[in-house]
Design a protein around this ligand. Structure first.
Ligand SMILES: [Zn+2]
Length: 148
């Protein structure tokens, strides 16, 4: 199934972009909490349930796309890219330790399926080749090494 991009509102005032992103993040967080909560929303790092989670972008973090278009900033806020976890230690480990990143990617694959993530990455490559290249290489390599 092809990835369906999140629609961008027509004639959006650039001043409102921050608000749109904020609402998008809140909605995604809520969606992940209830959707993944069916199997108990477990932190990918420590394995305990998360009742007051933070949301973390795993494959394409916000700082990676900060110079990209608004559309690119929107399209990283999807279930294929985000996990819920604890502050502060679990989040820090996920962000800064390669093993933490791997734990998050495993959870993404478990919940979203490898194919959905590849479809999303393909879309990201179609809108921002330069920035999406390394996350895609990382993911394909991860699949080869862990599931190949
Ligand atoms: Zn945790």
């Amino acid at each position: 199934m092809e990835y369906t991009p999140i629609p961008i509102p027509d004639a959006l005032d650039p001043e409102d972009e921050g608000t749109v992103l904020k609402v998008l993040r809140q909605n995604l967080k809520q969606y992940l909490f209830y959707e993944r909560g069916k199997r108990a929303p477990l932190c990918p790092i420590c394995g305990n349930s998360v009742t007051a989670p933070s949301m973390h972008e795993v494959l394409m973090p916000r700082n990676l796309v900060q110079r990209n278009s608004f559309n690119v900033k929107v399209q990283i806020h999807v279930s294929q890219n985000c996990v819920l976890l604890h502050e502060p230690d679990c989040h820090r480990f996920a962000q800064h330790d390669p093993e933490g990143k791997e734990m998050c990617v495993k959870q993404l694959i478990e919940f979203e399926g490898y194919r959905n993530i590849v479809d999303w990455l393909n879309h990201m490559n179609s809108i921002t080749t330069v920035v999406a290249k390394e996350p895609t290489r990382y993911f394909m390599n991860f699949i080869k090494e862990n599931y190949g």
